[in-house]
Write a protein that binds this ligand. Structure first.
Ligand code: TYM
Length: 377
């Protein structure tokens, strides 16, 4: 994979160097402006690092949701996971951010585990496997510290009776030509996949069915999921709901060159279940913004913006803005070498994962409390 490749961003594939400004234009979303950040800050206090660093960079109707909130009508949050394998560090970015929003705005969260989606899309996975991954991935979500009172995990296959009537309402109003234009479906696409966007729309509207309350929904996710929201927004008002709002993040890059962290390239990807040895091996093999020799690095300095190791500090592993700036300055000035950054990142990721894995084990005792079966019984 290389940075010179043409940019491709779909829910299934992210390739090439991602131009986020171009995506805003192409997808017809809005940039998150400083004015909007100031408005958010009124509700949240200090902004989350992912907002301060513009890692969440684009939105649709976030201003509308805030306006309604200011008028006393709250909203629900919705996000999800396609359980095709273990969770990687990139998936955690929108989930950590969602938890922050949930705590600041005291909202309900619906989290969709799409064992059905991954079964119809991934040729080599059977339903038992995707259901197993759904359970395993839910442990990762819970390990982040979500509270079961306000968080419901929807396991699509198990909860289909709850979802199906809304999916039908949505499906009836999306034509094949709209779906083809949004998702690029071909004649050889299986029809499970073609129906799937109706299923991903359902949690935007589920709160009313469960409680009788018609509330807007805000979806934090990376921008790859955007085609789903475009088609869902088209039908929402026809069904008597608010158009779902979105807040989009950038992609945590893989440890290789270009593209997002993706389980399809496991050696460039840190999974939450990786051992310290695996973490070390992957980080030490990472693509950096450094020069080919230490001498050259000291003379000309490195390029933090092109460095995957630096991006990991930026996204997740350095909370302190001052220290992150200093790290970039030292790199540009040739004051540190890639080995220094790799060693520190290895230490931070390992510490984080050991703690995460401990919490993940504990999540097995409480996962039932998050399920729709438990909540609706
Ligand atoms: P999935 O499993 O591909 O991704 C789960 C979430 O992680 C985000 N993501 C990333 N974020 C930052 N850096 C990365 N490298 C990275 N890779 C993935 C995705 O945007 C997503 O938020 N069809 C969906 C499942 C789903 C869903 C949803 C996702 C159902 N309903 C609502 C978001 C919101 C999927 O396969 O996600």
């Amino acid at each position: 994979m290389s940075n010179d490749e043409k940019m491709v961003v779909t829910p299934w594939e992210v390739r090439g160097k991602v131009d986020y400004k171009k995506l805003i234009r192409q997808f017809g979303t809005q940039p998150i402006t400083d004015k909007l950040l100031r408005r958010l800050r009124k509700h949240t206090g200090k902004l989350h690092p992912q907002l301060r660093r513009k890692l969440f960079f684009s939105h649709r109707d976030l201003d509308t949701v805030l306006e309604l909130h200011e008028q006393g009508r709250t909203f629900v949050l919705y996000t999800g996971r396609g359980p095709s394998g273990p969770v990687h560090i990139g998936h955690l970015v929108p989930w950590i951010f969602t938890k922050y929003l949930q705590e600041k705005f005291k909202t309900k969260l619906y989290f969709q585990m799409t064992d059905d989606e991954k079964f119809v899309i991934e040729q080599n996975l059977n339903l038992q496997q995707t259901k197993k991954f759904a359970y395993e991935n839910a442990l990762d979500l819970i390990a982040l510290g979500y509270d079961s009172t306000d968080t419901s995990i929807i396991f699509d296959v198990e909860d289909i009776a709850l979802l199906y009537d809304i999916a039908l309402q949505v499906a009836k109003r999306i034509t094949f030509s709209t779906a083809k234009a949004a998702f690029g479906f071909q004649d050889n696409t299986n029809i499970g996949w073609i129906f799937w966007p109706a299923m991903q729309a359902v949690p935007c509207f589920i709160h009313k069915k469960l409680t009788g309350e018609n509330l807007p929904c805000l979806i934090p996710a990376a921008i790859d999921q955007d085609p789903y929201w475009r088609v869902t927004r088209d039908v929402a008002e026809k069904l008597g709901f608010y158009k779902p709002a979105q807040i989009h993040c950038r992609f945590v890059p893989g440890l290789g060159i270009g593209g997002k962290m993706s389980a399809r390239e496991p050696e460039t990807c840190i999974f939450t279940t990786d051992t310290p040895e695996m973490v070390k091996r992957k980080i030490w093999a990472a693509y950096t913004g450094g020069r080919s020799t230490v001498k050259e690095q000291k003379e000309t300095g490195g390029e933090p913006d092109a460095c995957t190791v630096y991006q990991y500090f930026l996204y997740l592993f350095e909370e302190d803005d001052g220290r992150i700036k200093e790290r970039a300055r030292q790199c540009r000035a040739g004051e540190n070498i890639c080995g220094d950054c790799k060693a520190l990142l290895t230490e931070r990721v390992t510490d984080f994962l050991l703690e995460h894995q401990r919490k993940r084990e504990k999540a097995k005792d409480i996962i039932q409390e998050f399920t729709m079966r438990h909540k609706t019984s």
